[in-house]
Design a protein around this ligand. Structure first.
Ligand SMILES: *Cc1c(COP(=O)(O)O)cnc(C)c1O
Length: 338
């Protein structure tokens, strides 16, 4: 497969915005190139458009070379950019599963790209044949979220690898919840047509900082970097994330996974709960009688969950994020009293 040929021609030929600082490699100099205010406010200089320190640190943590890492303003940015790189508006299409994360559909629509959604089975497993039945010569992207949101299940590595090997386009595998799963990431699987998305918004506890990651071949990463806004990650975020990455979230992840089992068990025993789906993520999908009423009752007590009951395949379901032990206790108390 020729990855460059899958890209839109205008993107392949695009000359990126360049800064004079790209030509000057040093750290300290007299910067008279970017019309900044020379007086130090802490933030008077533009940020590093290449995120060099951050990429080096993430390379260390993730065990992949820096040329394989793209840093975006949340995962939303690489999701939008892969459409721009590979899909000609009004011509190409993308395939994804349903139910899944809503941003793939929004980014497709924004880019005037048709999104074809393949319904998961009743147990949220994925029928590979059904998936490939929707693929045609104009299908450039295939989105799979594993562990999936809002269903919480993962797809087996063997199935994912088969899809990546058989698809003549780019597979975007969203691993936003991978740190809560027993399954291994495909981040170092080494397929040239694979883009793995991860984020610092969930396990790493930095949702407010907006930092999304894409891992792929140096060609795809370099292309994403050429078309992103040059200063997409501000100075405060770059510096703060570097600091926060020194604190391992492992203990919190273990606590959340532990609580997930406890909450699942407690909710399962309630009369109004029909089913608690197994989850590899930091949330539970819970099927209840009268989901609207349960949702409203929780709101009245100041507990906000996500009502997914109107989504095809998730009828009757609420999605509940695992909170602190105290928060979870409160959730269980309220639901027990209903
Ligand atoms: C939460 C989530 C993300 C993270 O999005 P950010 O923009 O990085 O905060 C990505 N994918 C899925 C499926 C998610 O649920």
């Amino acid at each position: 497969m020729n990855i460059a040929e899958l890209m839109r021609e205008n993107i392949r030929n695009l000359a990126p915005y360049s800064t004079a600082r790209d030509e000057y490699g040093g750290e300290i100099g007299i910067y008279l190139d970017a019309n900044e205010n020379p007086y130090d406010t802490g933030y008077n200089r533009y940020p590093d458009p290449h995120h060099r320190h951050l990429r080096a640190r993430l390379a260390q943590i993730k065990g992949v070379p820096a040329e394989h890492i793209f840093i975006g303003n949340g995962s939303d940015e690489p999701i939008d950019l892969v459409f721009r790189v590979f899909c000609r508006p009004g011509v190409d299409n993308a395939v994804s599963i349903s139910p899944t994360y809503g941003m793939y559909r929004v980014a497709a629509a924004t880019n005037d790209v048709q999104m074809r959604e393949v319904a998961l089975e009743a147990d949220f497993s994925l029928d590979t044949e059904k998936l490939f039945a929707r693929v045609d010569d104009h299908t450039k992207l295939l989105f799979i979220c594993s562990p999936n949101n809002p269903t919480g299940n993962s797809f087996a590595r063997a199935q994912l690898e088969r899809i990546i090997r058989d698809f003549r386009g780019i597979v975007v595998l969203d691993e936003a919840y991978i740190d809560f799963s027993e399954q291994k990431s495909l981040l170092d699987a080494g397929y040239e047509n694979l883009v793995v998305l991860q984020t610092l918004s969930k396990a790493w506890g930095m949702a407010g900082l907006r930092l999304g990651l894409a891992f792929s071949s140096p060609l795809i990463i370099a292309t994403l970097n050429r078309i992103k806004y040059p200063y997409n990650i501000n100075v405060v975020t770059q510096n703060l994330v570097l600091e926060l990455l020194d604190k391992s979230p492992r203990a919190q992840i273990e606590q959340i996974v532990h609580e997930r089992a406890r909450v699942a068990e407690a909710l399962s025993s309630l009369e109004l709960v029909r089913h608690v789906y197994a989850s590899d993520a930091n949330f539970l999908l819970v099927r209840v009688d009268h989901p609207r009423d349960v949702y409203a009752a929780l709101i009245r007590e100041g507990v906000i969950v996500r009502d997914r009951s109107s989504i095809a395949g998730c009828e009757g379901c609420l999605r509940v994020t695992i909170g602190t032990p105290e928060e979870n206790k409160r959730l269980i108390e309220i639901m027990t009293e209903l």
